[in-house]
Design a binder for this molecule. Structure first.
Ligand SMILES: [Zn+2]
Length: 269
């Protein structure tokens, strides 16, 4: 199973006890670029950065996350205006989500707990037992994601996803009859796709809503017989009810290792 990690940057001795010289704007930039693979970097409610301690200790800063490579990238994004003595990365149990690993879809295996970035590739559907399923795709493959009945209202969130939505899915992967299936524990909706409804045009001759003549065959007015091609269809962009952000299953459906979202900063972007 995966772990969480903490990158610690240490100060040179002559700086101990002085104000830490970290550009706060760079911490916010790092947070936006590396979330949700790092966490607790900033407090969006108070505007404070949380990576630096307030004690006169030799630690300059600490960044927590789920992937050591991303922690290194996060550290390089910080603008630090004092020398750094050395940097260490520790495995940590503090925090949480200790069992997840960031994986591409082709690397998923039965029994792993994964974080998968991808695009919704098929409309969610409710199946027997009121379980909700959809397909998620990345550049390497496709996997089923499931919100089972015990996840209750979380399923209503999942049902609002449409193909093209970009999400990060968190959960345990199991081999099921339909194939490898990620049992959703949390989902980060990163970017919503545009939802467009297509319908027949109104007749330019008499104003009546026209009828489709079938796939790609255009439209005909039942009242006056006027015909239009397929390209005359109306496309309406519909407002999405779903909002970008983090969603998680209710406590009753949560494995005890999963960190509740309520201890993360509530605002993401
Ligand atoms: Zn007409």
């Amino acid at each position: 199973a995966g772990k969480t990690y903490e990158l610690i940057a240490h100060r040179t001795r002559e700086y101990w006890g002085t104000v830490r010289r970290i550009d706060p704007a760079s911490v916010f930039e790092m947070d936006r670029a590396t979330r949700p693979y790092t966490f607790d970097n900033v407090d969006y409610e108070t505007g404070e950065i949380r990576i630096a301690p307030h004690t006169p200790c030799p630690v300059l800063l600490g960044v927590r996350g789920v992937d050591p490579k991303i922690l290194e990238k996060a550290f390089r994004m910080l603008r630090i205006h004092e020398p750094v003595e050395f940097v260490t990365i520790f495995e940590s149990n503090q925090g949480t989500d200790a069992h997840y690993q960031k994986l591409r879809i082709r690397d998923l295996r039965d029994g792993v707990s994964a974080i998968v970035e991808g695009t919704v590739s098929e409309h969610p559907r409710t199946d027997i037992g009121s379980h909700v399923f959809f397909k998620l795709r990345d550049g390497t493959g496709e996997v089923f994601c499931a919100a089972y009945e015990p996840t209750k209202s979380f399923r209503k969130i999942v049902l609002q996803l449409i193909p093209g939505d970009e999400v990060i899915a968190f959960g345990a992967v199991k081999q099921k009859p339909q194939g490898l299936t990620l049992n959703l524990e949390k989902i980060y909706v990163r970017k919503l796709a545009k939802k467009v409804i297509r319908r027949p045009p109104t007749c330019p001759n008499c104003g009546k809503r026209m009828k489709s003549l079938g796939k790609r065959r255009g439209y005909r007015c039942k009242k006056c017989g006027f015909k239009l091609g397929k390209e005359a269809e109306e496309a309406l962009e519909v407002r999405r009810q779903l909002r970008e952000g983090f969603y998680e299953v209710p406590p009753s459906a949560r494995r005890h290792l999963t960190k509740p979202l309520s201890i993360e900063p509530p605002t993401l972007r």
